[in-house]
Design a protein around this ligand. Structure first.
Ligand code: F6P
Length: 344
């Protein structure tokens, strides 16, 4: 078969491990011809192609980012988008397309399968871990470790200066990364999009901690966390090129409120794209590899419209329809029964 592959949305560690696994099994076991599309859907529409073979996969397993490049945006955003995708399938003689993406790309993949009947299979990725239907996405484990390492370092400087450090982590719509890195890093408070925060409560927690003689605190805040309405000045909405709200900046609003209300010296740290970069953890390499193998097997089973997911220890298939247009929220019992036990 001639099988295409694209990586879409924000990059994350482990994308190259998926590509390598697809190419390895596709070429060696199925005798496939593998083709990479550059820069996600742009490469499909504009027919920008890279041949992929086992030789060219050398050294890719531990490499962060994606050798195919990635972009946001979709064929549905371009007047000739759908037409161009169909033409590419036809002209390139594509028998299948594997889409490695987060919520946005998997929704587009599902829609193309539903609307045009294209032979597409999905693989979930994102450091946000917010894809419905899978226990975890690859990229998340690495990002949690990166954020935790940063928090560990911030503890020592915060303690030396008796400061509050407000650490903003990624997570536009969900607080998985904040919750896990906050628990792992011993955060004083964790703020997530799923649970609007009350600045008074945050300050009460910090004051109580200082009264107990702990003069340094780490507040971990997901970029999408929002104050309870009316409790803090509202933020002006900024959009990216694709119309997504750019959430970055909640820490900058939070820090002066904390300093002003408590009198504790406060600093802001934005971890930003550092969380997406670098080499994948062993866990993510294994998961990405398993997803890649499951995806090429799905292609040969003609399991169109399906995606690889992790359930317990098993990688299996699930219809992309079940994840399209959804976001997987943090398990609030983890937040309430584990994370918040250590607040203060
Ligand atoms: O989707 C993953 C993610 O890392 C989000 O956590 C974050 O809000 C967004 O991407 C940032 O996107 P960009 O790379 O376009 O700035």
């Amino acid at each position: 078969m001639r099988v295409g592959l694209l990586t879409g949305g924000g990059d994350c560690p482990g994308l190259n491990a998926v590509i390598r696994a697809v190419v390895r099994k596709g070429e060696m076991e199925y005798g496939d011809e593998l083709i990479g599309f550059l820069d996600a859907w742009d490469g499909v529409m504009d027919r920008r192609i890279m041949p992929l073979d086992v030789r060219s996969m050398r050294g890719m397993l531990p490499k962060g980012g994606t050798l195919l490049g990635t972009r946001r945006g979709s064929p549905y955003d371009r007047p000739d988008g759908l037409e161009s995708v169909v033409a590419t399938f036809h002209d390139v003689g594509l028998d299948a397309l594997i889409v490695v993406g987060g919520n946005g790309s998997l929704t587009v993949a599902h829609n193309l399968f539903r609307d045009l009947g294209l032979p597409i299979v999905g693989v979930p990725k994102t450091i946000d871990n917010d894809v419905v239907g899978t226990d975890t996405t690859f990229g998340f484990n690495t990002a949690v470790q990166t954020a935790t390492d940063a928090i560990d370092r911030l503890h020592t400087t915060a303690e030396s200066h008796d400061r509050v450090m407000v650490v903003e982590v990624m997570g536009r719509d969900s607080g998985w990364l904040a919750t896990h890195a906050g628990i792992a890093g011993g955060a004083t408070v964790i703020l997530i999009p799923e649970q609007p925060f009350d600045i008074d409560e945050v300050c009460t927690i910090l004051r109580a901690r200082h009264q107990r003689g702990r003069y340094a605190s780490i507040v971990v805040v997901a970029e999408g966390a929002e104050p309870v309405e009316g409790t803090m000045p509202s933020q002006e909405k900024v959009y990216d090129l694709f119309g997504h709200v750019r959430r970055r900046g909640v820490a900058d609003r939070l820090a002066p409120e904390i300093e002003g209300r408590t009198g504790f010296e406060t600093r802001v740290v934005l971890l930003g794209h550092i969380q997406r970069g670098g080499t994948p953890s062993a866990f993510d390499r294994v998961l990405a590899t398993r997803y890649g193998l499951a995806a090429i097997d799905a292609v040969h089973a003609s399991a169109w419209g399906q995606m690889a997911v992790l359930r317990g220890d098993d990688v299996m298939l699930m219809p992309m329809a079940e994840t399209a247009d959804k976001t997987r929220a943090v398990d609030l019992s983890l937040y309430r029964n584990v994370a918040s036990v250590f607040f203060g």
